[in-house]
Design a protein around this ligand. Structure first.
Ligand code: NAD
Length: 263
């Protein structure tokens, strides 16, 4: 049994992941705005460093796993989406790397999204901006409320980051992978049903499974990727979306063929 840091433990997928890991006998160090072992705001650079310091103090500098789950989406301002979902997440992941290097069979499971493959107009350039530019430039890029791609571009950047860094992190003994959830019934999505027009858009998403997912179904996939059951799985993005991605792009297997495009 190990010590695993999970962010976003106060609600939804993070709460379900914490419950699953605790039930398996792991020690979980939870991070969230409130109701957590370490409370702080991942949108704020000063808080990010304090969160990292407090987690390292609590785990004695040794972590066996990390699930950076905290995130926000519409209708919060794009600035918050950029700061929390990508830059806050990466600050925690990079800040806790030294502790993960000292852990046993360490694994990081990041949270992407199936919006990365089903958002019309989302470009690879939007995602690469996250990877190549500083935080303030990315905030500025998506400053218009109409820049609806801020969220899926950040999640695509997370997926790219996983694939671009998996080999190098593996040299330190750390496996990194991600899940890409579809629409999951959480505190993030439920309020959207009351927003004019948004429920109709959500209802238009084709889900072969016939329903939204439950946070426990994502926690199960996170638990697998983080466990030794997945000891040979490295740098993968596991879509857990009731079949939407497969339905919409059946020939992407799972990445574009050479010369193809998937954005
Ligand atoms: P949720 O709102 O239920 O939980 C998110 C948690 O993150 C909350 O406890 C919240 O307090 C915390 N959080 C938000 N901003 C924070 C900040 N600045 N600092 C610290 N903590 C903060 O949402 P969820 O659906 O469980 O989402 C979890 C992750 O899954 C997110 O990264 C989200 O983007 C991703 N995701 C969700 C869905 C979905 O349909 N629910 C789909 C794809 C991906």
């Amino acid at each position: 049994m190990g010590t695993i840091c999970v962010t976003g433990t106060a609600s939804g997928i993070g709460a379900a992941t914490k419950a699953k890991l605790v039930a398996q006998g792991h020690r979980v160090i939870g991070v969230d705005l409130r109701d957590a072992d370490v409370c702080g705001d991942l949108s704020k650079p000063a808080d990010r460093q304090r969160i990292v310091d407090e987690v390292i103090a609590l785990c004695g500098g040794v972590l066996d796993g990390l699930v950076p789950c905290a995130g926000v989406s519409t209708p919060v301002p794009n600035e918050l989406i950029v700061r929390v979902n990508y830059f806050g997440t990466l600050a925690i992941v990079n800040g806790l790397r030294p502790a993960l290097e000292k852990g046993t069979n360490s694994a990081v499971v990041m949270i992407s999204s199936n919006s990365t493959t089903m958002t019309p107009g989302l470009s690879v350039d939007d995602a690469m901006a996250y990877l190549q530019q500083d935080e303030e430039s990315v905030v500025a890029r998506f400053s218009s409320p109409a820049a609806f791609v801020a969220y899926p571009a950040g999640k695509l950047a997370i997926a790219f980051w996983v694939r671009m860094n998996a080999a190098e992190w593996m040299k330190s003994g750390i496996r990194i992978n991600a899940v890409a959830p579809g629409v999951i019934d959480t505190g993030m999505t439920r309020p959207l049903l009351d927003m004019p027009g948004v429920k109709d858009s959500l209802d238009m998403i084709p889900i072969p499974r016939g329903r939204w997912g439950q946070p426990e179904e994502i926690a199960n996939a996170i638990g697998f990727l983080g466990s030794q059951e997945a000891s040979y799985v490295v740098g993968q993005i596991l879509f857990v979306d009731g079949g939407t991605d497969a339905l919409l792009q059946p020939t992407a297997h799972p990445h574009p063929l050479p010369g193809g495009s998937k954005s």
